[in-house]
Design a protein. Structure first.
Ligand SMILES: NC(=O)C1=CN([C@@H]2O[C@H](COP(=O)(O)OP(=O)(O)OC[C@H]3O[C@@H](n4cnc5c(N)ncnc54)[C@H](OP(=O)(O)O)[C@@H]3O)[C@@H](O)[C@H]2O)[C@@H](O)CC1
Ligand SMILES: Nc1ncnc2c1ncn2[C@@H]1O[C@H](COP(=O)(O)OP(=O)(O)O)[C@@H](O)[C@H]1O
Ligand SMILES: [Mg+2]
Length: 293
């Protein structure tokens, strides 16, 4: 089956707290679906408690996607996070086992403050995706080593698609191998795990900062997943696994594996052309035990 690592089995004494409290941060008016998909994906990957922190005007929409999902309204401007949103979010961070940030968030001033705050803290593991990555590129925060992780810092995982990786590194999407090399260098220099999404998805990172950077090539996934929202689902999957106690390197490798496995099962059960991210996130719940069986 080539599963990269095994999640432990659930035992009779486990309760929802055992499986982590995670927070997904993102969304905006017009892109409520993205952060909803990430949040439901975290539930379907096994998290005990999942909340979505979203701009106030989209709270009801996001809450309506799943009854088990908690929602937190943050200050907004024109349907996106306002500059005050970081102050409210900062108070919630210590309570989380992991955070995922970026889907559907836009790159306005509110997002800039949130991404900067999450990059500077060292206690809570974070997945940075989509507009969180676009903010980092625009602000050129990874051009020097100021934000490099130290040995005891919580894990950071980046999940760029080729367009986002091109903005981060300057290497065009047409240069696949060059993009992977640039991701390896960034991963090495900053001590972070990077998921280079595509067919196949590759993960670059390491279990500990004193080891050399490695590359894992994922064996699951297919072109039926080339449809809006499938990356948002991956953000929720990896956030969930970080919240269940896995390192960035392990959460990213197992995360891309189970995400692609759900894509493979959904494509054969539905169709390659007709499969959507909603099918993917539903199938995730069906295959989730394959991480521990
Ligand atoms: N339901 C919702 O609410 C959803 C909301 N969403 C939200 O939308 C926002 C914008 O995100 P986005 O990814 O759609 O746009 P963007 O970053 O400009 O990327 C496009 C650029 O990247 C390139 N590119 C991409 N993949 C590539 C590949 N495999 N291989 C090669 N190139 C590739 C692509 O190249 P091209 O196709 O032009 O050749 C183009 O240049 C963001 O907030 C996101 O979270 C989405 O999550 C969907 C569901
Ligand atoms: N041809 C493909 N083969 C395998 N996986 C793919 C393919 N196309 C897309 N995917 C997967 O779908 C996801 C797309 O992510 P992304 O571009 O961020 O989508 P979105 O932002 O719309 O959610 C990634 O996990 C990627 O690996
Ligand atoms: Mg995306």
């Amino acid at each position: 089956m080539q599963r990269p690592i095994k999640l432990r089995d659930r035992s009779a004494s486990d309760h929802k707290g055992t499986f982590g409290r995670v927070l997904l941060v993102g969304g905006s008016r017009g892109m409520a679906g993205s952060i909803s998909l990430s949040s439901v994906a975290a539930l379907h990957t096994g998290s005990g408690l999942v909340a979505a922190a979203v701009p106030d005007p989209i709270l009801e929409t996001v809450a309506g996607f799943h009854a088990a999902l908690m929602t937190i309204a943050l200050p907004e401007k024109n349907g996106s996070f306002s500059s005050e949103a970081w102050t409210s979010l900062n108070e919630l961070i210590a309570r989380q086992d992991a955070i995922g940030v970026g889907p559907g968030m836009t790159t306005n001033n509110g997002s800039v403050a949130i991404v900067e705050g999450l990059l500077r803290q060292r206690e809570t593991p974070v997945v940075f995706d989509a507009d969180a990555l676009n903010v980092i590129s625009k602000q050129q925060w990874f051009d020097d080593d100021t934000l490099a992780r130290k040995q005891d810092d919580a894990s950071f995982v980046l999940t760029p698609h080729p367009g986002e990786l091109s903005r981060l590194t300057g290497v065009p999407t047409s240069e696949g191998d060059g993009q992977l090399d640039a991701a390896k260098q960034l991963s090495d220099r900053l001590g972070i795990t990077i998921v280079v999404k595509g067919g196949p998805t590759r993960v670059t990172g390491r279990g500990s900062l004193d080891e050399p950077v490695q590359t894992y090539v994922n064996t699951t996934g297919n072109p039926a997943m080339a449809t809006a929202g499938c990356g948002d689902v991956l953000t929720g999957v990896i956030t969930s696994l970080l919240g269940q106690g896995l390192s960035g390197w392990d959460a990213a490798r197992l995360g891309v594996w189970i995400h692609g496995r759900a894509g493979d099962v959904a494509a054969s059960a539905i169709s390659s052309a007709g499969m959507t991210a909603e099918h993917l996130v539903e199938t995730l719940a069906i295959v989730a035990d394959e991480m521990s069986d």
